[in-house]
Design a binder for this molecule. Structure first.
Ligand code: TYM
Length: 332
């Protein structure tokens, strides 16, 4: 079986619909087709200042949401990044193979550091993509299911794997990004030119998986749509409607053709009302299952400990090989 690894940051009180449709939904499917490793990347979550108690809570909520979304500890390995110390250990080595200019060209770094200001942006923010490469290469992942915004980080990961292999001998699998185009970029409900994101300017633009379902339906109903009246799938001319159709199709399993045929002659209001109900039906059971996991934090921590142990065994073996190739002495 091919190996898959992906990660998600616990930087908000809940994941949003973009995270789910762009990534997590595919993680769930891939646990049946791949040897699957998924990681709550708490080390990545401290690059811009954080509150320790809040981080702990958010890490558990993140894990609970992932289990609730369908990750099954019997069929995949879900773990918390900081519980597998090999991640920052390999990141150091990869950092020494990364050019300063190369890292400076990462657009997420450029955007975030521009927002924070050069003096306030941390070195951790700068080396963030190197740690991400370590996450992936430690597991010899063949495929990495992510949204469109991670493409450049994946390209860097591939370059680092090839560079390490060329310098020190064949060691790492060169991973492929797995970015299904339909849901690769869910956009903001209030601003279809921006991706749905935790740092969105308006809360109404984003649906959290833990949003009150009635409120989520209201956000759908008040989503910005385009001029005109016809319900057709056209990302260029009608990005707002295209986004709603994308969400509708992904949550209901109905094809875009089926949906546009069904809404032929109907108005935007009909589409939004129906999609609101689909979203409610999706959120309710998901939230109930999430609460179930959070009601028993000891059990949740136990599942994560099992995940960390399974992940750690793979990571340790890869790191040992990499350290040996680099020329470090064997562990004493
Ligand atoms: P993060 O935590 O920002 O997002 C998690 C996943 O959600 C996807 N995503 C979206 N997909 C579609 N539409 C959107 N609006 C949208 N917003 C977010 C992201 O593309 C991502 O797949 N750097 C990564 C975390 C990471 C990682 C890794 C990923 C760390 N190590 C190793 C893969 C492999 C990040 O910040 O994702």
């Amino acid at each position: 079986r091919a190996r898959v690894l992906s990660g998600i940051q616990p930087t908000a009180d809940s994941f949003h619909l973009g995270n789910y449709l762009g990534a997590v939904r595919n993680w769930v499917t891939m646990q049946d087709t791949h040897d699957a490793f998924y990681c709550v990347v708490d080390l990545h979550a401290i690059t811009a200042g954080h509150d320790p108690a809040q981080l702990r809570t958010r890490t558990r909520v993140a894990a609970a949401q992932l289990f609730a979304a369908g990750l099954d500890p019997e069929r995949c390995t879900l773990f918390v990044q900081s519980q597998v110390p090999e991640h920052p250990q390999l990141a150091w080595v990869l950092g020494c193979l990364t050019g300063f200019g190369e890292a400076s060209r990462m657009t997420q770094f450029k955007d975030k550091s521009a927002k924070q200001g050069a003096e306030r942006a941390s070195v951790g923010l700068f080396t963030y993509p190197v740690l991400q490469a370590a996450d992936i290469l430690l597991y010899q992942a063949d495929a990495v299911p992510v949204g469109e915004d991670q493409r450049q980080h994946l390209e860097l990961t591939r370059n680092l794997a090839q560079r390490f292999n060329a310098t020190f001998g064949e060691t790492f699998t060169v991973p492929e990004a797995f970015i299904p185009q339909e849901t690769a970029k869910i956009v903001d409900l209030q601003d279809p030119t921006a991706k749905m994101s935790k740092s969105a300017s308006t809360l109404n633009g984003l649906i959290d998986l833990l949003d009150d379902p009635a409120r989520a339906a209201k956000k759908i109903r008040s989503a910005v749509t385009d001029t005109g009246r016809e319900i057709v799938f056209d990302r260029e001319a009608k990005p707002g409607i295209a986004n709603l159709l994308t969400i509708y199709s992904a949550l209901s399993g109905r094809s875009l053709d089926d949906l546009t045929a069904a809404y032929d002659g109907k108005g935007y209001g009909d589409l939004k009302k129906d999609l609101g109900e689909v979203v409610v039906e999706f959120l309710r059971p998901l939230q109930e299952r999430t609460r179930g996991y959070l009601d028993d934090p000891a059990q949740l921590d136990k599942l994560l400990a099992i995940g960390a142990e399974k992940a750690g065994a793979v990571a340790a073996a890869t790191l040992r090989t990499a350290y040996d190739r680099v020329g470090f002495l064997p562990p004493s």
